[in-house]
Design a protein around this ligand. Structure first.
Ligand SMILES: Nc1ncnc2c1ncn2[C@@H]1O[C@H](COP(=O)(O)OP(=O)(O)OP(=O)(O)O)[C@@H](O)[C@H]1O
Length: 223
């Protein structure tokens, strides 16, 4: 469960990016966060990742109070979350297999486990045939699927995605959204920041709308 109570974030320049936001996102929910450019969506994701500290308010993720979390625990906390961004951050000199395996190697997962878990994850995202390929030989949609596989390989309870389909055409957008839905059906909480009205309308999920740092609408979903 993710709980924000009275969270505000003011940047040092005095920019109030998030203003008194209170929200609860339950385990296994699928939530879109929408709103105009500059409305505070990315700031909200960064607060959840503990990349930024709130100026006011409290954030609790799966019973952990982020404000009380010791600094040395933060990398471990972040590894509990799956993160997907628009510009993928794939390692260009590594194959598809190694890009996904990397997320496990850094936390010391043994090779014999990686040899099973990575092919399974690549099957799930439909990329088994491309396991030896390097990212620059893949289409945008395929690269995005590698990024999703990498985000999910350590079985995070929460997946945070910032414009995951921003660079994709509508066919690939559908594919990626179908994949996120499948991941959600397997129990992962999915939070997607997007500008795509088409996607939001089709998916019929909970939609949180932000405007100038405030939640102005929160509707849909099964709550
Ligand atoms: N590092 C920063 N320092 C100062 N102000 C910032 C910083 N990052 C964002 N802002 C400001 O905070 C506000 C919210 O920005 P944020 O990136 O959260 O919006 P957003 O809704 O994600 O926008 P977009 O859809 O364009 O990505 C904006 O006014 C922005 O200019």
């Amino acid at each position: 469960m993710i709980e924000l109570s009275h969270v505000s974030k003011t940047y040092s320049e005095g920019n109030r990016a998030v203003k008194d936001v209170s929200l609860t996102i339950g385990d296994g929910e699928f939530v879109f966060i929408v709103g105009r450019s500059g409305s505070g969506k990315s700031t909200l994701l960064k607060l959840l990742l503990k990349e930024l500290e709130p100026t006011k308010g409290q954030i609790i993720v799966n019973d952990m109070d982020l404000g009380k979390m010791p600094r040395r625990y933060v990398p471990k906390y972040r590894r509990k979350l799956g993160v997907v961004f628009q510009d993928f951050w794939l390692l260009k000199d590594l194959t598809v297999f190694e890009n996904v395996a990397f997320a496990q190697r850094v936390i010391g997962v043994p090779n014999r486990v990686i040899k099973e878990s990575v092919p399974e994850m690549l099957r799930m995202v439909g990329l088994s045939a491309k396991y030896k390929t390097r990212p620059d030989k893949l289409s945008g949609g395929e690269q995005q699927r590698v990024a999703i596989a990498r985000a999910l390989i350590n079985r995070p309870e929460v997946l945070l995605a910032d414009e995951p389909t921003g660079n994709l055409d509508s066919f690939n957008t559908h594919e990626i959204m179908g994949l996120l839905e499948e991941i959600n059906e397997r129990g992962t909480t999915v939070i997607v920041v997007t500008h795509s009205h088409e996607m939001v309308q089709q998916m019929k999920k909970r939609v949180i709308t932000m405007d100038r740092g405030v939640v102005v609408k929160d509707e849909g979903g099964s709550r």
